[in-house]
Design a protein around this ligand. Structure first.
Ligand SMILES: C[S@@+](CC[C@H](N)C(=O)[O-])C[C@H]1O[C@@H](n2cnc3c(N)ncnc32)[C@H](O)[C@@H]1O
Length: 271
């Protein structure tokens, strides 16, 4: 049976310290990328489509994606919805990977390394802004919201989907898992609303998308099995990867989702 880390440990599931306040380095790990490249946010493409549809943007609208990871949603928005997408991420490795993945579709998407707290764009540029599973990672959310307002056109739309809490996190989750899963600085629904409204956004709609968390856990377990089997058959075990430990934490995560302590929320906002 696999060893399970002590709940008091501040060390993540792969035995490395996460970068303070940001899990970017974790998402750059080879095995994390292989496991989760196309399922970085709960709800996946279905939630991205629902979120962007709710923005009611005109065909050919301009949209900035914040914390785009390796470009999955940016590609979907450009390919399926014909949007003009600018996508930034604080991780240079993610942006490089996004450009490679986008291939010729990359001509329709402007990928750039950038920090959501200091956006590399002119004022009044975009009809919409999208932040999927990334807002809670911004160390200065007030600055990020001010920057988003600056680059949006008047009455532009902002959509945020993100981790939220429905009560205090149990200690094992808070100390071991939170720094790796966008939960480190997650707040509850009311606190999100307060931050958005303080920054001058009005809340148009909120929905609970926590079902996507359990779907994501299932998908990760399936991919873990396939990845582990494939690499074992090829005689190339994955360094720093203990499937038993990862499975333990996925199960603990699911228990807290089922208790309503870990949630995933969608906010549609207007500048
Ligand atoms: C969980 S991933 C989500 C990626 C993508 N939005 C998706 O749903 O597939 C979080 C991303 O936010 C990025 N990130 C964290 N802090 C950021 C910041 N201040 N500015 C821009 N990107 C940031 C990370 O590098 C990482 O790619």
């Amino acid at each position: 049976m696999a060893t399970v880390p002590e709940p008091v440990s501040a060390v993540g599931p792969v035995g490395q310290e996460p970068a303070a306040n940001c899990c970017s380095a974790f998402y750059e790990l080879d095995w994390v990328r292989q496991l989760a490249e196309d399922i970085f946010h709960p709800g996946g493409a279905a939630l991205t489509r629902k979120t962007v549809a709710a923005m009611n943007l005109a065909p050919g609208a301009t949209l900035v994606e914040l914390g785009c990871g390796t470009g999955t949603s940016a590609m979907l928005l450009a390919e399926e919805l014909g949007m003009k997408v600018s996508a930034i991420d604080i991780s240079a490795a993610n942006i490089e990977r996004a450009k490679i993945r986008a291939g010729s579709l990359g001509d329709q998407i402007h990928f750039e390394r950038g920090d959501a707290q200091s956006l590399p764009f002119e004022a009044g540029n975009f009809d919409g802004a999208l932040a999927e599973c990334t807002f809670s990672l911004f160390s200065d959310q007030a600055s990020a919201l001010a920057e988003i307002r600056r680059v949006l056109k008047p009455a532009g739309q902002l959509a945020v989907t993100d981790m939220a809490t429905g009560g205090p996190l149990p200690m094992d989750i808070a100390s071991v898992l939170a720094p790796w899963t966008c939960l480190a600085d997650a707040i509850d629904q009311d606190a999100y609303v307060h931050r958005f409204e303080n920054a001058g956004f009005s809340v148009v709609e909120i929905s609970d998308e926590s079902a996507g968390l359990n779907q994501m856990i299932l998908m990760l377990k399936r991919k873990m099995l396939l990845l582990g089997l494939g690499r074992a058959m090829a005689g190339q075990p994955i360094p720093d990867f203990d499937p038993g430990v990862v499975r333990h934490w996925l199960d603990r995560f699911k228990q807290e989702v089922d208790r309503g302590i870990i949630r995933y929320l969608r906010f549609q906002l207007q500048a």
